[in-house]
Design a protein around this ligand. Structure first.
Ligand code: ZN
Length: 171
């Protein structure tokens, strides 16, 4: 028998395909129409009230739980920070491990440059977790990622011709 989780996953998958075929805008428009009618019916009002009561109960439970164990939250955050740092280290290593311009290799001074200038979009798309995203996607070679030190990264941002510097600095 299918369990609840699997069933939900299948439903989500089906809905995703449905939205893709129709287009997000059209889907939203239809859903708005549908919900407008849905809310009018008294039997649905009852259902919605029950759902909201359940939702409130659930979130209050969570709040109480979190309030009772502040140290667990801290532990969760710490774990996340550690995973971020590990992902960053791995990504820097896989993309050469040193600044492409000056060759500095101390990890604290290094960052990932989006040479296609799409860094802001990338950060937004993955909620700032770019290193984890790159690990998850198997270190793609075609996205223009490269390692730079912070100086050369910010220098490029401010318009410095760092490519010209590349030849000038002898290793
Ligand atoms: Zn550099």
């Amino acid at each position: 028998m299918m369990d609840e989780k699997e069933k939900r996953q299948r439903q989500n998958q089906a809905q995703k395909g449905y939205i893709e075929r129709m287009g997000r805008e059209e889907y939203n428009r239809r859903k708005r129409e549908y919900m407008k009618e849905y809310r009018k019916k008294p039997e649905n009002k009852k259902k919605m009230n029950a759902y909201h009561a359940e939702y409130r109960k659930r979130t209050q439970c969570q709040k109480r739980y979190n309030a009772a164990h502040p140290e667990w939250r801290e532990r969760r955050l710490e774990k996340g920070r550690k995973r971020d740092a590990e992902a960053r280290r791995e990504v820097i290593r896989r993309y050469g491990g040193k600044c492409e311009i000056c060759g500095i290799s101390q990890i604290e001074y290094l960052t990932l440059d989006h040479s296609f200038d799409d860094g802001a979009e990338h950060r937004k798309a993955v909620h700032r977790k770019i290193y984890r995203d790159i690990v998850k996607n198997g270190f793609p070679k075609d996205k223009g990622y490269r390692v730079l030190c912070w100086n050369h990264n910010i220098g490029r941002y401010h318009g410095a011709d760092i490519e010209a510097e590349k030849g000038a600095i002898k290793e």
